[in-house]
Design a protein around this ligand. Structure first.
Ligand code: NI
Length: 469
């Protein structure tokens, strides 16, 4: 076969092909037009949405600007009120806990938190202004160009200091307050424990010495204290515990003060009945501190030979080591008194330690001699109101001295004697130490000197101010 197709194409179906081209062109035109319409509709719809979004945003931002300052002020005020409340709760707790917690750190934390809170509360508050922006919107349609402008609105969206800072400070104060309340409760419980023990000991000690009725108030307070302690440290109200402690200690102190007055009164009366009246006589007391020691026995022989009474302020630890010498002192007719357990500076000790120094010595002397001291000489004369109060509550009157022989310094019998003779006067309470042999050596001549001057040797509690009635 030849190839007729070329001539077929040129001649046979030509009109039909032309018609098909036209049809295709028309279809294409319709399609383009339709596409343009659809695109236009879609573009319009997108633009309308964009405009709505823009307007909503402008409305939102404007509304926010209108109320923003009020809201910031309200938020600040609410946090400031909460902070005030925390400070008002914490400050009285800090004040009331002065000296009423064991460690200082817990109160210091509260004090610092309160200071910070108050500084923050007093700081001037400002409301910084920020600018909110709604961006411009441009219609991309080249046939209908349109632009919605950028909108800027000023708003207050916070305060300085911020509420969150105030809230944090309030939380800090509240937590520190809680810690102090808790620490004070524990402290009060321990104080009540110690005071109840003191009260109970005083009841035991005084039961045989005073009329029963006098102990009723203390008895009731001890019962209350025991009940409060039984409820446990978590249940105790700190104020109630402190108040009951004060009642216990106050009652104990006043009962013992009365009893000590009575002891001294009775002993002075007994001395007068024996012909010694220090309101009239030239009384002096020889007092010996820090024993009993080995040299005490020789001193006792000297005093017995001279028939001279003396007062021995004994260190409890030495009494426990040499109970037989303590016993011999009492048997010799002398007065035994308390000079603490191991000779510390009492004002440097806490209440419990002071009490322990005194009570252990009382017990040691009582065990060794059957006699319970009623005089205390604090080592180094170191005493203050607190130590005096504890001393009274332990059944001890504080006695210092008026003439220091300085025997511990000179260690020279002649010098000791010279100083006593030079400085003595009626009512002198003469300080010596029986732990030094040189002091003991000086005693016979001192006694002779004093008697030559018509002094009367007595035990320390009999000395009175000669102006006393
Ligand atoms: Ni001493």
């Amino acid at each position: 076969m030849s190839t007729p197709s070329g001539s077929d194409a040129a001649s046979g179906p030509a009109p039909r092909r032309r018609a098909r081209r036209w049809w295709i062109a028309a279809l294409a035109a319709v399609l383009v037009a339709g596409g343009a319409v659809v695109a236009g509709v879609l573009e319009h719809r997108a633009w309308v949405e964009a405009v709505a979004e823009y307007e909503a945003e402008v409305a939102r931002v404007t509304a926010a600007a209108d109320t923003s300052r009020d809201r910031a002020e309200e938020a600040y005020a609410a946090s400031a009120d909460a902070l005030d409340e925390a400070v008002d709760g914490g400050r009285p707790v800090l004040d009331a806990s002065e000296g009423q917690v064991s460690g200082p750190a817990v109160r210091r934390s509260l004090a610092e938190a309160l200071d910070r809170a108050e500084d923050l509360r007093d700081a001037e508050v400002t409301y910084p202004v920020a600018t909110l922006t709604v961006d411009e919107v441009t219609r991309p349609n080249p046939f209908r160009p349109e632009t919605l402008p950028q909108v800027e609105v000023e708003v207050v969206d916070r305060s300085d200091p911020a509420p969150a800072e105030l809230d944090a400070a309030a939380t800090e104060v509240t937590e520190a307050t809680g810690a102090v309340v808790e620490a004070r409760r524990r402290w009060a419980f321990e104080e009540l424990q110690a005071a109840t023990t003191e009260g109970r000991d005083a009841l035991t000690d005084l039961r045989s010495q005073v009329d029963d009725g006098a102990l009723d108030e203390l008895d009731a307070a001890v019962t209350d204290g025991e009940a409060m302690l039984d409820a446990g440290a978590d249940a105790v109200d700190a104020d109630d515990a402190v108040s009951l402690r004060d009642t216990l200690l106050g009652t104990t102190e006043s009962l013992w003060a009365d009893r000590l007055d009575q002891i001294v009164r009775e002993r002075r009366q007994a001395a007068r009945d024996d012909g010694v009246d220090c309101r009239r006589d030239r009384c002096v007391a020889l007092t010996f501190d820090d024993g009993p020691a080995a040299s005490t026995e020789r001193l006792l022989r000297i005093l017995a030979r001279k028939d001279a009474p003396a007062t021995f302020f004994m260190v409890g630890d030495n009494v426990a080591r040499r109970p037989e010498i303590a016993r011999a002192v009492v048997d010799g007719g002398h007065l035994v008194a308390n000079h603490t357990w191991n000779h510390p500076q009492l004002t440097g000790l806490d209440d419990a330690e002071v009490r322990d120094e005194l009570r252990r010595t009382q017990d040691a002397v009582t065990d060794a001699t059957g006699f319970t001291p009623f005089l205390l000489r604090p080592p180094y004369g170191d005493v203050d109101g607190r130590v005096r109060s504890i001393s009274t509550r332990t059944g001890l009157d504080v006695v210092l001295w008026s003439l220091d022989s300085r025997d511990w310094e000179s260690r020279d019998a002649r010098e000791i004697r010279r100083r006593v003779r030079a400085e003595v006067e009626p009512g002198s309470n003469i300080l010596l130490h029986d732990i030094h042999a040189t002091s003991v050596d000086a005693v016979p001549k001192i006694i002779d000197d004093l008697r030559d001057e018509d002094y009367v040797l007595v035990t320390a509690e009999l000395l009175v101010d000669r102006d006393e009635p």
